[in-house]
Design a protein around this ligand. Sequence first.
Ligand SMILES: [Zn+2]
Length: 250
Amino acid sequence: MIASPADDGGDPSGRAVAEGVYRFGTRRINWYVLETGDSLTVVDAGLPAHRPQLTKWLGDNGYEFADIAAVVLTHADVDHVGLAKPLADQGVPVYCHPADFPLLRSHPQGPPRWYLRSLWRPRFVGYALEMLRAGVRSVEPLTGVEPLSDGDVLPVASELRVIHAPGHTPGSCALYAEDRAVLFCGDALATRNIFTQREGEPQLLGSADEDHEEAKASLERLDGLGSVTVLPGHGNPWDGDIETAIALAR
Ligand SMILES: [Zn+2]
């Protein structure tokens, strides 16, 4: 079954979701550009077919690829790294937690077991087809990546504090931009259920987590951030107290 056109991703490209933060990708898969002064940081990197969105947005806003200070990956799952290699080839440094380096080197690879087991769900098939159309099979392996570690404050366009929150993948990190109270949480939390494609409250990814119990335990690491805008890898932005988000996800 093929998803209806109305549910076929939509194009949020370049929509402002917080102060100086722009959302790209589709309704199903998010990545972001963070603007500070005249410098940019790309947070996560979508899929290869998302590249024209970035090119167009840069041009429309008077930027060039050279204005991108860094690409910071919350984790190395294939639907979050598509533009990382092309940007690295243009000299943009890419950051990722070393526990996900093996994953980053492994693309493209066959789908994992949880993925295959989910293909009976029509809405999941829509997501899978979208990934295929967006070039998931042509994501290139990436090496030479700068390591992130817990507690780092990255000297990129805006200061981003790294919170290692393993579970979804071993190297999953959340990135906190304190100056605008924004938390890029990758897939440590989602607001869209990737299996049913329903938008909702902050939630864990369930069987898509490599270690679900660890992912649940890692939520504690986000505690104490107070009022935030949560910007996930999948789903709409969520505004509120991080403790509420954690409680909802648990
Ligand atoms: Zn994901």
